[in-house]
Design a protein around this ligand. Structure first.
Ligand code: GYE
Length: 304
């Protein structure tokens, strides 16, 4: 955390753009890569003065940070919204103050005239791709599946669940349990321990909404004397370095990518909006997916 530069305060005729960035927290490898990408793009060199805040995945703290940015009179605000709901008031306040808001990563349920633009990923498609892989490999086998969900109320968790459920609908796969592990390793490990106590070796497949929860679950699975990737097959989303390493090693079975490198596009949007240019309301960044073989091939060339 930290990294707030407050040089000059925008006065004295310089044209430095002061941007307040309200990040979710630091829950995962994806988040670390996203924060780095944002800090790089919103650098001094690129003409920005970045005021960075990470809210430890607490919605109230994130809203308070945005309110702070409004009071400070920043030129623009960027938010990676923790949850979809709860944004109407503070986004209205930003609008009334004439401060444009750009969303990155997750979406909100608030009306889209309360923000200038959003750049992120198609989470529903990510869930669907994961579900299609499960369907292809397990339909007709009477398989039992458990789910580790991301942060409750986040668009990433909601939309991934929607896409996944749609993909496995009509199959004979049983979803035994589905609980939140909050997108963290620790959360994934704890919830998986509970699943293993309850269902033991009846579990055939694990779908984790991100790599980190899957990585946490690996510890629980090994501690239970089972072999991850074999006794329990594992599908995750993100494709960060540690996840891809587990996939290449045979401990994960399939990963759907979620690209965290959104900084440049977010910075471009901020510049355009402040210059009064027209921008798209939504920009979706494309994702790939990886099997174990593909992970081996690309592992060394992955940038995060
Ligand atoms: O998948 C997870 C992170 O919103 C896409 O948040 C993001 C998700 C990502 O914590 O690792």
């Amino acid at each position: 955390a930290g990294g707030a530069g407050t040089a000059g305060g925008g006065g004295g005729g310089d044209d430095v753009i002061t941007v307040g960035f309200a990040q979710t927290g630091s829950e995962s490898g994806w988040r670390a890569a996203n924060t780095e990408s944002m800090k790089e793009a919103f650098s001094e060199e690129n003409g920005f003065d970045l005021v960075f805040n990470a809210a430890d995945n607490k919605q109230e703290a994130q809203i308070a940070a945005v309110r702070n940015f409004i009071n400070q009179g920043v030129d623009a605000i960027v938010i990676a919204p923790i949850t979809v709901d709860g944004w109407d008031d503070v986004l209205t306040e930003a609008k009334d103050a004439g401060i444009p808001v750009i969303l990155e990563d997750r979406t909100v349920s608030a009306s889209d005239d309360l923000y200038a633009s959003w750049v992120g990923l198609d989470f529903e498609q990510e869930g669907k791709t994961a579900g299609e892989w499960v369907k292809e490999n397990f339909d007709g086998k009477g398989a039992n599946l458990v789910v580790l969900e991301g942060t409750t109320g986040s668009s990433a968790a909601l939309d991934r669940a929607t896409g996944f459920d749609a993909a496995i609908e009509g199959t004979d796969i049983t979803v035994m349990d589905s609980q939140t592990g909050d997108f963290t390793r620790d959360g994934g490990k704890k919830v998986m321990e509970g699943y293993l106590q309850k269902y033991g070796s009846d579990i055939d497949v694990l779908f984790a909404h991100n790599d980190d929860m899957g990585l946490g679950a690996l510890d629980a699975i090994k501690a239970a004397g089972l072999v991850p990737g074999q006794d329990i097959q594992i599908v995750t989303i993100d494709a960060v370095k540690d996840g891809m390493t587990a996939l290449a090693n045979g401990e994960f079975n399939f990963i759907v990518e979620c690209n965290p490198l959104l900084g440049e596009q977010a910075a471009e949007l901020v510049k355009k909006v402040l210059a009064g240019e027209e921008v798209e309301k939504a920009t979706i960044v494309e994702d790939q997916s990886f099997t174990q073989e593909q992970a081996k091939e690309v592992l060394d060339s992955r940038p995060y």
